[in-house]
Write a protein that binds this ligand. Structure first.
Ligand code: GLN
Length: 385
């Protein structure tokens, strides 16, 4: 048989999927993949049933159902202060995953350099490899993940088509400040690069941190492409609804590709999601409060179990330091913990371009009872070791 594409050699198995599968095999509590174990608002479930019954079962407008696009635009304008409209600026995609891939595919030529802050979410580099573009990693060192401004400037100077900014950042939990985003934006302007953001955790922010939309900063809209998702904000990761918000010119190219790659996100779920976008401000305040509570429950168990950790400023992830347990390698630790402790996490090294082997990522988007059960198991970790 002829060989597969050599591109595949650059693509490792997803560490997140590997750990999910292992959690399943050992019946461990799965704190690896980033999804909640609670239901979305009941109103959304009802709306989905209703949409199916009312016959929204065929393709929607491929750019996304118009009324959904308009609702997404309204919500984005409400939170960012930047006026966008559904007709010209919004595309509905199959999750944030398709959104990011479309953006990279629309922008990148083979050989293009794209800057990525490391640690990073695994999809970015894979997307670039598929396009024969080159990920260039700019290290943010734990535990404070500060930007080395001179190093960043040098990378832009050497030529960068774009920079990807995950804000709030998976897996570090870093929330970029307005000042940092302005700095990144000023480099993008100076060196004529695009700013691609991944803002799927925009509403999972712990005070006093606050979310700033890069696209809404002065002068940045034309070169900023905002990838988003309804998955995290409304606890509907399985609905696969993502968004790209960008200038008219970029949106046109995104839609061109989207038509061929997936054609469209699930039509009944697009219909159902419209009501979510018009939830009042209290909904967002309430989820921020709930996630703060989940974070506090879980961090308390981490501390009591002997883990160090880097307090997240946003997202529902925490990077925990496994140094006290005497493992050489974070991957071996995750295998062992899944098997022996009954809790799974993702090895931190899978998110870092540089060798970092003392961190693991836990997802704490779980019901209190799940967090308590996982926490009780973690309290035993010293004895089991
Ligand atoms: N974005 C989520 C995470 O980082 C889910 C990804 C996945 O399951 N592959 O865990």
């Amino acid at each position: 048989m002829r060989k597969f594409s050599p591109r595949l050699n650059k693509i490792p198995e997803s560490a997140i999927s590997e750990m999910n599968n292992l959690a399943h095999l050992y019946k461990a509590i799965n704190l690896a993949s980033g999804y909640p174990d609670f239901n979305p608002p009941q109103a959304l479930i009802e709306a989905a049933v209703d949409a199916l019954r009312k016959g929204h079962n065929q393709y929607a407008d491929t750019a996304g159902k118009r009324s959904l696009r308009n609702a997404i635009a309204r919500k984005f304008s409400r939170f960012s202060g930047l006026e966008v409209n559904g007709e010209d600026h919004v595309t509905v995609t199959v999750g944030g995953t398709e959104a990011m891939f479309l953006v990279l595919a629309a922008l990148c030529e083979p050989g293009d350099r794209v800057l990525i802050f490391s640690p990073f979410y695994e999809n970015y580099a894979v997307g670039l490899h598929l396009l024969d573009a080159q990920p260039v990693y700019v290290h943010l060192r734990p535990p404070d993940f500060q930007i080395d401004r001179e190093a960043l400037r040098q990378e832009f100077k050497q030529g960068a088509k774009a920079i990807i900014v995950c804000n709030p950042a998976n897996p570090s939990g870093k929330v970029f400040t307005e000042e940092e985003l302005r700095f990144i934006g000023s480099l993008a302007q100076e060196f004529d690069a695009y700013v691609i953001t991944d803002e799927v955790y925009e509403h999972i922010i712990f005070p006093p941190h606050r979310h700033v939309y890069a696209a809404a900063l002065p002068g940045l809209f034309e070169r900023t492409i905002t990838c988003g998702s309804l998955s995290k904000t409304y606890a509907i990761t399985g609905w696969r609804l993502g968004t790209v918000i960008a200038s008219e010119e970029i949106t046109e190219q995104i839609r061109l590709l989207h038509d061929y790659i997936t054609l469209g996100a699930p039509a009944p779920l697009q219909t159902a999601a419209i009501s979510a976008l018009d939830f009042p401000d209290e909904y967002y305040a309430e989820i921020a409060r709930q996630y703060t509570e989940m974070r506090d429950i879980f961090l308390d168990y981490l501390a009591k179990s002997g883990f160090g950790y880097i307090p997240p400023q946003g997202t529902y992830f925490v990077l925990a330091d496994i140094t006290p347990f005497g493992f050489e390698d974070d991957r071996q630790f995750c295998y062992w913990m899944t098997r022996e402790v009954g809790v799974s996490a993702v090895p931190g090294s899978s998110f870092f371009a540089e060798p970092v082997h003392h961190l693991v990522r836990f997802n704490f988007a779980k019901r209190p009872e799940t967090l308590h059960e996982a926490g009780q198991r973690l309290l035993e970790i010293q004895k089991l070791r």
